[in-house]
Design a protein. Structure first.
Length: 167
């Protein structure tokens, strides 16, 4: 139900008169705090939305290589929008950055990639129910939010939006 309401507001088809319909701002930046498990949408220096998140299966520490199940830490930007994701929408993060590539090259390991902010799976796998995805870290290194949150984030974010991921 909440998802339908958010969808209606975002698409401007809610039953409220146009003057009362919420307008979602385009944000200036995203901050992720891994230790607090929160994603913050920032506009003009103010937090306009906060969402709970889940992370990679090995959430502590910076991503060091492909397949380590860690969520990277550092400064990136939104590099692509993926409406056709296996998850409820996805925003690709510009991982690896130059520092990440250099670190991986020096360690002679692949840096990895395809780190996203995304919703929950369209079709849960391995017999998992939908509650599984909100109660534990489960991604391969991505930042996951509820589907309702992902719709809001999608509507408020553009390619190039800076994202800072803090430990």
């Amino acid at each position: 139900m909440a998802f339908c309401l958010v969808l209606g507001i975002c698409l401007g088809v809610a039953s409220a008169p146009a003057a009362e319909t919420a307008v979602l701002p385009v944000i200036d930046s995203i901050t992720v705090d891994k230790s607090l498990r929160r994603l913050y949408l920032i506009k003009d220096g103010e937090t306009v939305r906060t969402f709970p998140i889940t992370l990679g299966l090995a959430p502590r520490g910076h991503k060091m290589r492909e397949g380590d199940y860690r969520t990277p830490e550092g400064d990136y930007h939104i590099s692509a929008r993926k409406p056709d994701s296996s998850y409820m929408l996805a925003l690709q993060i510009s991982y690896p950055n130059e520092s990440d590539r250099t670190r991986a090259e020096q360690a002679e390991v692949p840096a990895g990639g395809l780190i996203m902010v995304h919703g929950r799976p369209i079709r849960p796998t391995n017999g998992r129910d939908r509650n599984y995805y909100s109660t534990r870290d489960w991604t391969d290194g991505c930042i996951a939010v509820s589907n309702a949150a992902m719709l809001e984030i999608w509507m408020m974010t553009r390619i190039g939006t800076p994202i800072t991921i803090k430990p």
